[in-house]
Design a protein around this ligand. Structure first.
Ligand code: PLP
Length: 496
């Protein structure tokens, strides 16, 4: 079940945890941050600005293209997003101020603690030091509210009354529901059918925060009805749910509805950089001068970017840091899909984005990490991959559940299935550090808890989950839709 074979292969010592922890108690009494389990920041030390990687990438991402193949102008995006967020989307300013109204709500759980995963380190017998940002402490339980609060706030400022969105695993939908309830906006969520069925409690969280959540595809939109007519039993996909949510926003005759996206776009990644900026301050407090490896799971790229972009800035400036985004083998966007221009949604309502894409019609198999089942990858992350600044990896789901169980039995917290992909990479790196005898500093984003995702753990314990790699023919079939679309120029400085 929890993979004794894998545990042996990784050299994980059972029972090592208690002993080592006892031995540390005296050191902990020294009140020295270097031996603490958690490193806190005062609320007053919360970052006051977000970091924009577009200012530092040697080649910033190419512009999104409209139906005529020309770059879209900010005005063309105005029916979908409020202008204040569009300005952030296209900004190349390095630092963007975080308004006080947003900081005030973020202070409910931010700064989030930086943890040292000592118990996992001891169980692995690794000389590596493993640190993680615990983003599961937010009210909905993940990193998603960092941008949900910001987006709801900017929409409210712009006079918008209602937001629509999609959600995969339900983390993003519940984050936006939470943000809208605190800021005073209506919220409508189209939830991917497979997750809607598997995760009733996420839906109830959204209802508790006053949002209206329906399964996607639904019969409430033309996009949903068209797909249901062709594929009545479809498990749904993020691409389909995005089409529905955009349609619901732009067809509102009052003009007071906008759409909100939980990942992928530049402004979403920007809002998440508060994670990496806090981590830098906390690592300094813990006495760390250098990070060797930064890891995050990546669905659309937002939690990974939020943690890693401030460190990518250091890498661009010459620091030697390995930056690893992790995806599932069932939806291998970064590791097997081309860098292409593609739509962000299935019904082709969004502009063409320059990104790694499996094709906008791709419906990933229903593995439990619902939040990693997106056909594309954030343009900013994609461009950084093209530059060679990142080393993407793909893992099978059984390896990830095994890692999540090792984590739960050492560090205690139960991880979201998405987060478990990052943990699997962390364990690999920590074991490698042991083999090399190097005291590396590993930092990763614990993007959310899995307390609403226990059906996935149940299926794992019952042996019902299997590994799945996307067959070559399915990959090729998905890419068909890209054939007639414009091709992005591959711009690479050759430095990495
Ligand atoms: C806990 C958690 N981690 C990671 C992700 C992946 O999204 P992103 O790549 O935008 O961080 C999700 C998406 O729903 C999530 O819920």
């Amino acid at each position: 079940m929890e993979g004794p074979r894998w545990r042996r292969a990784k050299g994980i010592r059972q029972g090592a945890v208690d002993k080592a922890t006892d031995g540390q108690r005296d050191a902990r009494n020294l009140e020295n941050d270097m031996t603490a389990t958690k490193v806190f920041l005062d609320e007053k030390d919360m970052p006051r600005q977000w970091y924009n990687l577009a200012a530092d990438l040697p080649n910033p991402p190419l512009p999104p293209l409209g139906p005529d193949g020309n770059p879209v102008s900010p005005d063309m995006l105005a029916p979908v997003f409020p202008m204040n967020l569009i300005e952030q989307e296209v900004s190349t300013e390095r630092w963007i101020d975080i308004p006080e109204g947003i900081l005030d709500i973020l202070s409910l759980w931010r700064p989030s603690p930086l943890y040292r995963a000592r118990r996992l380190e001891q169980a692995l017998g690794t000389p590596a030091k493993i640190y993680y940002k615990n983003e599961g402490v937010s009210p909905p339980g993940s990193h998603k509210p960092n941008t949900a609060v910001a987006q709801a706030w900017y929409n409210k400022q712009f006079g918008i009354e209602r937001l629509t969105t999609e959600t995969g695993a339900g983390q993003w939908g519940s984050a936006l529901a939470f943000a809208c309830s605190l800021i005073g906006l209506e919220c409508k969520v189209f939830m991917v059918r497979i997750s809607f069925d598997q995760k009733p409690f996420r839906k109830l969280m959204m209802s508790t925060w006053g949002a209206n959540c329906v399964a996607s595809p639904s019969d409430e939109t033309q996009a949903g009805r068209d797909i249901l007519a062709k594929m009545p039993d479809t498990p749904g996909s993020l691409g389909i749910a995005i089409s529905e949510a955009i349609e619901a926003a732009v067809t509102d005759p009052t003009g007071k509805t906008r759409y909100s996206l939980g990942s992928v776009l530049n402004h979403v990644l920007l809002h998440q950089t508060i994670i990496g900026l806090e981590a830098k301050k906390q690592l300094a407090k813990a006495g760390e001068k250098k990070v060797d490896i930064v890891i995050g799971c990546a669905g659309g790229g937002s939690n990974f970017a939020g943690l890693s972009f401030p460190f990518i800035a250091d890498k661009i400036a010459g620091a030697d840091i390995t930056v690893v985004p992790v995806e599932p083998t069932s939806c291998p966007t970064m590791t097997r899909a081309p860098f292409a221009y593609d739509h962000g949604d299935t019904a082709c309502m969004t502009p063409l984005l320059p990104m790694h894409s499996l094709g906008h019609a791709f419906v990933p198999p229903p593995i439990h990490a619902g939040g990693l089942r997106y056909h594309g990858m954030a343009p900013m992350v994609s461009q950084a991959i093209v530059e060679g600044l990142m080393e993407p990896r793909a893992f099978h789901q059984l390896k990830c559940y095994e890692a999540a169980v090792v984590w739960a039995r050492t560090e205690g917290f139960i991880s979201a299935p998405e987060t478990s992909h990052a943990i699997a990479a962390v364990i690999d790196e920590a074991v490698k550090a042991k083999e090399e005898g190097k005291e590396k500093v590993i930092l990763f984003n614990w993007s959310g808890h899995g307390l609403m995702d226990l059906t996935g753990y149940d299926a794992y314990f019952q042996g019902k989950l299997v590994d799945y790699a996307l067959p070559d023919e399915d990959l090729a079939a998905g890419l068909e839709v890209l054939k007639d679309l414009p091709k992005p120029e591959v711009r690479k400085s050759g430095k990495w």
